[in-house]
Design a protein around this ligand. Structure first.
Ligand code: GTP
Ligand code: SPV
Ligand code: MN
Length: 580
């Protein structure tokens, strides 16, 4: 299973020989095929139809209760040298991983259908796009891949022309958490996933291919594969800017990408290019251009309502697959934060009166095609991508990090990205609310050693003198009672406006030890219920706390030893010195 230049047919034959499926189905990606798979899953009770009058063509899938999120501790990068994977990844030698997985896959598809799912990450005619084939025994995976990628015949045609593709082998196995592994072999362009049917573990085009494998390819080829949303911001004067933003899982990417400007921000418009992943390339003029490799969203459901995100709320009223939400008495999906009626059946299928805890799983998700988004930008299909003006990093931090600040330059911006820390969320199994380092929001997704990854980021300042400006935001500062200091959601537009003004050199800022901070008067608070003191504290830099933060960052960098790029260490020393 090691050669990377097999034809699709050869590879499918080899895998069929190993897994012994009862049937083989090559997906063509047609609507008819989607409908047929849905009908079959309804019959097999893998899906349940929701109220067709109020939620037409919407379905509920309940995943196994032990299989509801990404499993970082069971996710491995398998490079010949352990050091290539780095302290940021779990590592297994390719020989050990192959041995282990071959045993698991042996005969695992008896009595099942093997689906061959060819897909293209990115517009089908873009030079920046890359293709893959996922072999899976899950019809749920096949229909999700149809909604989230350019899946089917066109992708297969491109694969046959190019002669190369990323191979992803997936089986739900018996869903035993002790027999669950997500393996990545970057040098073989190969992914193997066994024992999970959920999200990032099973939809291999997404995190496994478009981030872990692609980040490794990007380093080799001089581009970037990032956990970033992409949005278009249009001013009342019709000026357009494109912004890429990296926040860790469940920290606000989908919501920012679909932002609805509040009434006070008349004339401003936001359109979505992407909500989770961006691939960025320098063009011949030195401009960084980005595409969204996906064509659909796998988004967090809880918290979605007409006030937080009306676009998303409307987007998921039809033709959506829901995973692990609750149901109300009208057979409609229900989740925490959806303020109508009450749930009667929870995400496990139990009666809410008999089973405590949240009715919808905190990591319950919707899958929809991006075109259903009311603020979808057709530029998401542009093979040339969009020119990026600003890159934003951010995290979920109740303390310390100000609402917004700007890096002094690109190299300083790389330090800011590398220093991102955030509270863990329900998107991965394990404790929630623990602050951990999540550099560039890529901790679970970088397919190689972070030290080399930071070096790769730093190399861009030698390649172009017109790189985007870099910023850091934090929507999640809290007061002593645990209330958010900043209203967030649509009001985040006010911060994006300052960011664009800075990119255009139209507004002054205060140079501090950690970067440029806004003068409070330059954040538009018109119509906002926020007092001056709160805004000041959102924009304050507390030197004592920041000295501690930089010390902790120094400890973190030590884990990467001599491999840490000199330029990054130098930026770190410079900030410490500036803090005094
Ligand atoms: P992944 O799909 O896991 O990568 O998540 P994401 O980064 O796209 O996060 P998403 O936009 O789905 O938001 C996750 C959670 O954060 C939801 O429960 C939102 O309601 C909440 N959230 C998003 N934006 C804001 C904000 O500006 N302020 C506050 N307080 N909460 C927010
Ligand atoms: C994330 O966890 O960042 C997600 C969901 O976008 S998953 O597809 O499960 O990775
Ligand atoms: Mn994500």
């Amino acid at each position: 299973m090691t050669s990377t230049n097999k034809t699709p047919q050869q590879w499918v034959d080899e895998i069929a020989n190993l897994t012994k499926p009862a049937h083989i189905h090559w997906c063509d990606g047609s609507d008819q095929e989607y409908d047929d798979l849905i009908q079959q899953m309804l019959k097999d009770e893998v899906l349940q139809k929701l109220n067709d009058a109020t939620y037409p063509n919407c379905y509920l899938h309940r995943s196994d209760p032990t299989d509801v999120a990404r499993v970082e501790h069971l996710t491995f990068v398998c490079t010949p040298e352990e050091s290539a994977a780095g302290p940021n990844n779990h590592w297994m030698s390719p020989a050990d991983a192959h041995g282990k997985m071959e045993k698991l896959f042996e005969g695992c598809m008896q009595d099942r259908t093997l689906y061959v799912v060819p897909y293209c990450m990115g517009p089908i005619d873009s030079p920046y796009s890359r293709c893959g084939i996922e072999i899976t025994d899950s019809a749920y995976v096949a229909v999700n891949m149809k909604l989230m990628t350019r899946m089917g015949t066109e992708a297969l045609n491109r694969i046959e022309k190019e002669g190369t593709f990323v191979r992803g082998l997936h089986s739900t196995g018996d869903l035993d958490p002790d027999r669950r592994f997500i393996m990545h072999y970057p040098e073989e362009l190969l992914i193997q996933s066994f024992g999970s049917g959920y999200g990032g573990n099973a939809l291999l085009g997404k995190k496994c291919h478009a981030l872990r494998i692609a980040s490794w390819q990007a380093q080799q080829e001089g581009w970037l594969a990032e956990h970033m949303l992409l949005l278009e911001l249009e001013s009342p004067q019709g000026e357009k800017h494109y912004i890429a933003a990296a926040f860790p899982s469940a920290c606000g990417k989908t919501n920012l990408a679909m932002l609805i400007p509040p009434e006070s921000q008349e004339g401003w418009k936001i359109r979505t290019i992407g909500d989770d992943i961006a691939w960025l390339h320098l063009d011949e003029t030195g401009q960084l251009r980005a595409i969204n490799p996906e064509s659909g969203y796998f988004g967090v459901v809880p918290g979605t309502n007409t006030k937080t995100n009306r676009n998303a709320f409307e987007m998921i009223r039809h033709d959506a697959i829901y995973t692990n939400v609750a149901l109300n008495e009208n057979n409609e999906p229900w989740w925490e934060g959806k303020d109508d009626q009450l749930p009667v059946t929870n995400w496990k299928g139990n009666s809410c009166s008999e089973d405590d805890g949240p009715a919808a799983h905190p990591n319950s998700r919707f899958t929809v095609a991006a075109r259903q988004n009311p603020c979808y930008s057709p530029l998401a299909d542009d093979p040339a991508g969009v020119p990026v003006s600003a890159i934003i990093f951010g995290g979920r931090r109740r303390e310390l990090a100000p609402l917004v600040y700007q890096a002094l330059d690109w190299d300083h911006g790389v330090l800011i990205g590398a220093s991102v820390a955030s509270e863990t969320t329900a998107a991965a199994t394990g404790a929630v609310g623990i602050t951990r380092r999540d550099p560039m929001a890529m901790k679970p997704f970088c397919g190689y050693n972070f030290a080399d990854y930071w070096g790769h980021w730093l190399s861009f300042s030698d390649k172009s003198d017109r790189l985007p400006e870099i910023f850091h935001v934090n929507w999640f500062r809290q007061d002593e009672n645990g209330r958010f200091l900043w209203p967030g959601f649509g009001e985040n537009l006010r911060v994006l406006r300052w960011i664009i003004e800075r990119c255009e050199n139209r507004v002054e800022a205060q140079e501090t030890a950690i970067g440029y901070l806004p003068n409070a008067a330059d954040i538009d608070t018109n119509d906002l219920d926020i007092d001056h003191q709160t805004l000041e504290s959102l924009l304050a830099v507390d030197h004592d706390s920041w000295r501690q933060e930089m010390k902790a960052m120094g400890e973190y960098l030590k884990e990467y030893g001599d491999r840490v790029p000199a330029k990054l260490a130098e930026q770190h020393r410079r900030v410490i010195k500036a803090l005094g």
